[in-house]
Design a protein around this ligand. Structure first.
Ligand code: ASP
Length: 919
């Protein structure tokens, strides 16, 4: 019993200590010692921890392009007595296929670490640990998709690059934003190519070239200004982030791709192995940073680990025996296919540097991760990860949105932000020196709403900025013929500015070329028109209803009719009357129609007052009634016309909406040239607006103006209000605050907003949006508007101005002339009265033989006694007058003359009347 158990133990020990040693061949090139090291020390590590199976490595350095020598080396290797169980490498696409063909022919597992496009359907023992190129292409396409580039250019070195980018080539909508492809030339001077790219205004570039020339290519791009803040590069080399980008000193957005996480534990362990191995073997200190590890090195490390693991597992289940072979392929290695097939179905989940290793049926690696990183100030910062399981477009972002934003703002802070604008009140205008020595330089050269707004945004985000004026002064319109933009949009497209601001309207067409921030002001197109000017008021406006000639004719008619009337009355028997109606047979007849009475009758009728005496003859009555008829018509016409003339202001040509403007042709209307308002009418399908557009383009001279201010000037200076300017409501508001002769007519025709424009996909767009939103919420935007609209440069001037449209009452200026005529006539009447009075004084003085002075005093004294209403024909002489002291002025004659009250006379008269009546 004891003997048998001792025997079993011995046998087990024998078995346990029995070591199977297998040979693995590694083919490397001189320039990639890292991979060779990874191969060597991965096997060494395996051998250190596994006592059952040991691997021996045969390393051969081969020339990258020497197929013949490589063939010989491989044939020698396979024909070695102990046989080889696997071939690793080489990493070159030139000699690689030749090694692959020998290995597949002899069914020796061949582990490749380079990009191989072929579908190895006939090579059952080939296992390529490099990611499947098709999936790699999908991953790169996912990155480009997430960049939201509208267009981009692929700059590639060799055709392999294009194969890698197949899916990327399929992304853009080729009609609106085509992808352009350029190949790096054979010469080392790539500047001409980058100059050409610069001319094309493309700023998004995918660079696919060998790792060794990346920095040189980018340096040349920088020399021609193709590596600044506006440029974005995606570098497809999986080793790009091992390069030192800090020497480029660029603010360009550079994104790199890699296959593994440089800070992973597995990579740290592997690198430590390599350093220890080098120290033990080569007796020299070797140090390598994990960030310097090349993709091929990591892949080699993983490939060795995967193979040794799979081999051991298979060997335990059924021992594997190596075999001496020959290159003629007559004998194949029977275990090779088994090992390769096992590796294809058994994924390696952990203990790798490049993540899970899984092959598809044709031996291509179908599971891997792409790690995308950004080069920020020379540092590599991971931004996202993509794996085939994510689907074609999904990236797992590693930075939070906040972190991304912070990064962008940091970048912005390192740049002087160029802000393009155009002059136009109140958005931007040249500042006047405020005091002696006030320096008007840089941003201080300008002032206005736009400058204040950018200043507030800059304070919010803490960046510095510089205002520049766009060369052509235009807002930005697209010329369909030349397919080019002008104005501010052009500046952004040519990357002359980071931002563009003014009263720049956000439009669909512009949005295709540039990005806009959230609107900072909302508005709509409306009509600017001048208020009707109160016509120069003539105080004799009451004369205006009738033409001067008509007045002359009326006066002539008055005189003529008076004369005719006089003649008719003299001829008409009916107008010769009995002066004493009580005498039936008078000896004389009397005619009252003296010239004076005729004038009075005709005048009385003219004034529609009639007259106290009227003609009795048929002909004179006929003449009078015809005159009345004439006067009726004239006076009615005058009254009607007078009302119209006095309200003439309100009868000026008037419009109250776009419809009324469109319906008429008398008032011309236009817009600013090359702006969104013009485009609005040009592209409108709404019948009124398209009719207006047709009207505008057919009007000569042109109704379009270079700027809003010129439009405003035209509205003000065009006579008789015959020009209206279609302008944005915000600018109209500004103008009518200052110029009280202007008004807005009708409502807004549309609704839109002004935004800060920036190049498409500007990384800082969200930051600007956030700042604009904040300024809106804290009231800064409305304060700025009030400042520039209401307070600065004469704002608020028209707040108290009555536009006159509501007042219907007539002013003195309208009717003053009537007062004047009245005054003058009454004054003339007064003069006549005085003349008559004096004449009467003279008569009295002659009649009574008293002096003119006495007569004057006598008459005056009577005239001022307003309570006496009756007068003697001659004054009464009173004897005692001097005693009553009432009027001592007549003392010379000791008699007094005066017009006594006629009360006694009245009484006598009354009495005589009564007796007359009684009799
Ligand atoms: N704000 C306009 C623009 O951006 C100018 C205009 O048409 O009134 O084009």
């Amino acid at each position: 019993m004891i003997l048998s158990s001792t025997l079993i133990t011995l046998l087990w020990l024998c078995y346990a200590t029995a070591q199977d040693t297998f040979t693995i061949a590694g083919l490397f090139h001189d320039d990639n010692y890292q991979s060779e090291m990874a191969f060597k020390y991965a096997i060494a590590r395996h051998n250190m921890f596994n006592h059952d199976i040991k691997f021996k490595t045969v390393i051969q350095r081969i020339d990258k392009n020497d197929i013949f020598a490589t063939n010989k080396i491989v044939c020698d290797l396979v024909s070695a007595e102990e046989g080889i169980v696997a071939i690793f490498g080489p990493e070159s696409g030139v000699v690689g296929p030749m090694v692959e063909s020998i290995a597949s022919n002899l069914e020796i597992p061949h582990l490749q670490t380079y990009m191989n496009y072929k579908n190895n359907v006939n090579s059952n023992t080939v296992l390529n640990i490099f990611p499947d190129p098709e999936l790699l292409s999908t991953g790169l396409a996912a990155l480009i998709n997430n960049m939201n580039w509208k267009s981009y250019m692929i700059v590639y070195e060799s055709i392999d690059g294009l194969m890698r980018l197949q899916d990327v080539l399929k992304i853009p909508d080729s009609s609106s934003s085509p992808v352009t492809i350029r190949q790096l030339g054979d010469s080392n001077d790539h500047r001409p190519l980058f100059k050409e790219i610069k001319k094309s205004a493309e700023t998004n570039i995918i660079l696919d070239c060998d790792n060794s020339i990346i920095i040189d290519v980018l340096k040349q791009a920088k020399e021609v200004d193709m590596l600044d803040y506006f440029h974005s590069y995606v570098i497809t080399s999986l080793n790009a982030d091992t390069l030192d980008f800090s020497i480029l000193d660029t603010r360009a957005n550079i994104t790199t791709v890699r296959l593994f996480e440089p800070n992973s534990m597995n990579l740290h362990n592997a690198v430590r192995d390599w350093e220890m191995g080098e120290l033990n073997e080569m007796k020299e200190i070797f140090s390598l940073s994990t960030s310097e590890v090349l993709a091929e090195t990591a892949l080699m490390h993983d490939a060795v680990n995967f193979f040794t693991l799979a081999f051991r597992e298979l060997h335990i289940t059924e021992p594997i025996v190596a075999k001496q072979l020959t290159c003629d392929g007559r004998v194949k290695w029977d275990a090779g296919y088994r090992i390769a097939t096992y590796m294809k179905i058994r994924p390696m989940l952990g203990n790798t540097v490049t993540g899970t290793i899984k092959f598809n049926e044709v031996g291509k690696r179908s599971d891997f991760n792409l790690h995308f990183a950004e080069i920020i100030s020379g540092r590599v910062e991971k931004i996202a990860v993509w794996g085939p399981e994510n689907g074609p477009n999904a990236l797992n972002f590693t930075r939070s949105v906040h972190e991304q934003m912070q990064q962008i703002v940091e970048n912005l802070q390192k740049t002087v932000v160029i802000v393009s604008s155009r002059l136009g009140s109140p958005y931007l205008k040249r500042r006047q020196a405020r005091f002696e020595g006030d320096i008007l330089e840089g941003n201080a050269e300008f002032e206005g709403y736009s400058l204040d707004l950018i200043d507030a945004v800059a304070k919010e985000l803490n960046f510095t900025y510089k205002f520049v004026l766009t060369s052509d002064g235009a807002y930005g319109s697209y010329d369909k013929k030349t397919k080019t933009w002008n104005g501010l949009i052009k500046d952004l497209l040519e990357r002359k500015a980071h931002l563009a601001i003014c009263d720049l309207t956000i439009t669909h067409q512009r949005r295709e070329a540039v990005d806009f921030s959230l609107p900072f002001m909302t508005l709509g197109v409306s009509i600017l028109y001048s208020k009707s000017k109160p016509s120069e008021r003539n105080i004799f406006a009451f004369m205006e209803p009738l033409d001067t000639y008509v007045w002359i004719y009326i006066v002539s008619a008055y005189i003529s009719v008076t004369l005719i009337m006089y003649l008719i009355a003299r001829m008409a028997p009916g107008d010769w009357e009995n002066p004493h109606p009580c005498d039936p047979n008078p000896e004389e007849l009397e005619n009252i129609w003296t010239l004076k009475n005729c004038l009075w009758l005709i005048l009385g009728s003219t004034m529609s007052q009639g007259c106290d005496i009227l003609p009795k003859g048929i002909s004179s009555r006929m003449a009078t009634s015809m005159w009345w008829f004439f006067i009726l018509i004239i006076s009615s016409s005058y009254t009607a016309n007078l009302a119209a003339f006095l309200t003439m202001d309100k009868m000026a040509p008037s419009i109250d909406s776009a419809e009324s403007l469109a319906k008429q042709t008398k008032i011309k209307y236009g817009t600013v040239d090359g702006g969104s308002t013009q485009t609005f009418f040009k592209e409108s399908n709404f019948s009124t607006f398209s009719r207006m557009w047709t009207q505008m383009i057919s009007t000569k001279p042109s109704v379009f103006e270079k700027s809003n201010s010129e439009g405003v000037k035209r509205v003000l200076t065009t006579k008789n209000q015959l020009y209206a300017f279609l302008m944005e409501s915000s600018s109209i508001e500004y103008e009518i605050e200052r110029n009280c002769e202007l008004k807005q007519v009708g409502n807004r025709l549309d609704s839109k907003g002004y935004g800060i424009a920036m190049p498409v996909n500007s990384p800082y767009r969200s930051a600007i949006n956030k700042a604009v939103l904040k300024l809106q919420e804290d009231g800064t935007l409305s304060l700025l508007k009030t400042k520039w609209w209401k307070h600065m440069y004469g704002g608020g001037a028209c707040d108290d101005v009555d536009d006159g449209s509501s007042s219907a009452e007539l002013k003195l200026a309208n009717v003053g002339g009537v007062f004047l005529v009245l005054g003058i006539s009454v004054s003339i009447a007064m003069i006549f009265a005085i003349v008559e009075f004096l004449w009467n004084v003279h008569r009295v003085s002659v009649d009574l033989k008293i002096s003119h002075g006495e007569a004057f005093l006598l008459e005056l004294k009577f005239a001022v006694k307003v309570w006496i209403t009756q007068k003697r024909t001659t004054p009464e002489i009173s004897e005692n007058c001097s005693q009553n002291g009432d009027n001592g002025i007549f003392n010379k004659k000791s008699t007094s003359l005066e017009y006594n009250s006629l009360s006694s006379f009245d009484n006598n008269l009354k009495k005589s009347k009564e007796s007359g009546l009684n009799s």
